[in-house]
Write a protein that binds this ligand. Structure first.
Ligand code: LRH
Ligand code: MN
Ligand code: MN
Length: 391
């Protein structure tokens, strides 16, 4: 059993933790079968930011919100940034969207048509201009580009076109800005995806230079993939830039982080702790990438933040000296027991204590329900259902 009495260092590490929420988690979303509209959802980017600020108010560790362009397009990004700041949050990663336009049927930056490639690359450049206005560091790129049939296009030419567009975006980055290149095994393309895995993303990032790093979306792998190995490998190479946390029951479901496999989340966070990469100064952006189709959105985002926090607390509890000693001694079962001991520790009392010490409610979900915020937005946003993902 782990002694939970003197945990100053663990608490300090947890206090420094930052989790970024996605603006699109607050809007209506669904599957390709049905979008179930909810009452009180945001009608504008401002209202999404207000909801993100509410998540931060109750959790204390979610002080930034990622935007998705064009879903969050506004005329004045400086004003939007000030609006966010007044509510106590910052604008985080800018996500590009080169997948929702008829022109992109055969791809965006890898499209065989140079005119469409130009349009897609211009969107990436526009996103960097938005980052200039918001002060964002991260440009998150995900390409839906791919093929449905063998022979549909030339696999290798598409890599060349991708590299060309990435280079143009990379060269436009300011000193403090960087690219996060996300990968995804399949969907919407089913035969081949142009950035299907971490290896492809990593290779392009290496080619680009130090301001390009990999984004791991936990939902974007084949069943059974050992994601913590990818985390460990990329950390060792200095090429892990960010996470898109969500669950993955059968494929990319975008449901709450830690819902499908809390043990996997713990194993991932252990590799982060093992590399001393939890602190924001290390530069990893721990984002959620989620949609809440049937459940209430704000409590679902709060729950997700808490799930990541719980996994992190357990990872911080791993007795690393004992683990290393067991590993060096070749004690297979002993080493495994050290890890499992931490995972099996109930950290909820510890986290409740931490929140109370920091002036937060020990139970953020309950506090949200008591706060009246949900009733207020349902009354104020009676006509609203700003579209987000899948809407
Ligand atoms: C693609 C993805 C990517 C998008 C987001 C809405 O599946 O993970 O990050 O930008 O979903
Ligand atoms: Mn993602
Ligand atoms: Mn996804």
């Amino acid at each position: 059993m782990i002694d939970l009495s003197d945990l100053k260092a663990v608490k300090e590490a947890l206090r420094a933790q930052r989790i970024e929420t996605p603006s699109w988690a607050f809007g209506n979303s669904g599957t390709r079968f049905k979008v179930f509209a909810q009452r009180g959802v945001p009608r504008s980017p401002e209202e999404k930011i207000a909801d993100a600020a509410t998540v931060h108010r109750f959790t204390g560790i979610a002080p930034s919100v990622a935007l998705h362009i064009p879903w969050d397009r506004v005329d004045d990004y400086g004003a939007l940034t000030r609006y966010a700041k007044d509510l106590g949050v910052e604008i985080g990663a800018i996500n590009t969207n080169v997948f929702q336009d008829d022109d992109y049927k055969l791809g965006s930056v890898t499209n065989p048509d140079p005119g469409i490639r130009r349009k897609a690359t211009d969107h990436l450049l526009e996103a960097i201009s938005i980052m200039d206005a918001t002060g964002s560091r991260d440009l998150k790129l995900w390409f839906s580009d791919g093929l449905n049939y063998p022979g549909q296009d030339d696999l290798r030419d598409r890599q060349d076109r991708l590299a060309e567009a990435l280079r143009e975006a990379y060269d436009r980055l300011g000193d403090h800005q960087r690219i996060l290149l996300e990968y995804k095994l399949f969907e919407p393309a089913f035969y081949a995806t142009d950035v299907p895995d971490w290896g492809t993303s990593y290779a392009h990032c290496v080619e680009l230079g130090p301001k390009a790093t990999v984004c791991i979306d936990t939902g974007h792998h084949a069943p059974g993939t050992n994601i913590e190995f990818i985390v460990a490998f990329l950390l060792r190479q200095g090429k892990l830039g960010a996470f898109d946390f969500n669950s993955r029951f059968y494929a990319d479901d975008d449901l709450m982080a830690g819902a499908a496999d809390p043990f996997q989340l713990f194993r991932i966070m252990y590799e982060i702790v093992r590399a001393d990469a939890l602190d924001p100064s290390h530069g990893i952006n721990f984002m959620l990438d989620q949609c809440h189709n049937i459940e209430a959105k704000i409590p679902a985002v709060i729950r997700s933040v808490l799930n990541v926090q719980e996994a992190t607390a357990k990872a911080l509890l791993v007795d690393r000296d004992a683990l290393r000693a067991a590993q060096r001694a070749g004690d297979v079962l002993g080493a495994n027991a050290v890890l499992m001991d931490a995972f099996n520790t109930d950290v909820r009392p510890l986290l409740a204590e931490l929140r109370t010490e920091d002036g937060l409610d020990p139970d953020p979900v309950a506090a949200y329900h008591r706060s009246g915020y949900q009733q207020r937005i349902e009354a104020e946003r009676a006509d609203g259902q700003q579209a987000g993902w899948g809407a």
